[in-house]
Write a protein that binds this ligand. Sequence first.
Ligand code: HEC
Length: 279
Amino acid sequence: MKKNSAITSIAISLFALFVSLSINAASGAPCGNYLSKDGLVKGECDEAYVDAKDKASLQRGAQIYMNYCLGCHSLKYARYKKVSEDLEIPLDMFQENLIFGDQKMGDLIQVGMDPKEAKEWFGNTPPDLTLEAGLRGPDWIYTYLKSFYIDDSRPLGVNNKVYENVGMPHVLLDMQGTPRSVCKQIPVIADNGGIKQDPLTGQQLTQEKCGFLEVDDGTGELSPKEFDQAMLDLTNFLAYMTDPMKVERESIGTYVLLYLFIFTMLSYLLYREFKKDLH
Ligand code: HEC
């Protein structure tokens, strides 16, 4: 009987380990018309390597959020004070640079805009983004933020590859530069996975494919690489918002597993002692 219980508790601790690993591995949602760089895959999101421990990245993300997003999207389940503590931004610095209007450190992060008015302007109400990363996944958000492009047929002059006919303006246009959806010649891939060649000339065959995103050279405040990093920081910040206890929880989790392990060992030793007495 006792042996069974030792095996059971080992099984339980292993199960707990697997569950915690597989929750971590859950990834984002499919990304609409987003085309991979080589043009071969459509609808797959770019991976956002978010890191809740990277405080510098979270601070940069918070700064972008407060300056460019908070005008429309609240984070109404969070308070300024908690964010400044978690992100290790000194209170006075936070207050001076990241709080606008008459809001106070203890306040929830709200917007001043009336949702009804917003609906009139954009066709849709800008949703609260506290839980957005849980809803859509960081990969989706990261790809969405990089996927705006000029589209004169839309009321706001822009569209989005991930979220077609989106009602949000491209608020980071100055930062990114002018993004366009362009066509390119890409190699034709043969059934065997190689590049198809012209049988006579030996030249590689190409075909036109449209829907690639490209930023007009020199139009942005940031280079494409810097912009990607900025969007990653912003995504990291939103991922932290959804799960502000992540770092803390994971370190507690390690202790719990350690405890279970030690406890299992002890109960096994006890079991051996008891068994000795029986013989
Ligand atoms: C001028 C107002 C405005 C600003 C500023 C703004 N957004 Fe939006 N955003 C919207 C509106 C409106 C929608 C809803 C679009 C729709 O549903 O068609 C939206 C939608 C979104 C969504 C998709 C929500 C969903 O799951 O459907 C995300 C993510 C988002 N915004 C992120 C951001 C981020 C990050 C910033 C800052 C860089 C930002 N927004 C700045 C108006 C704004």
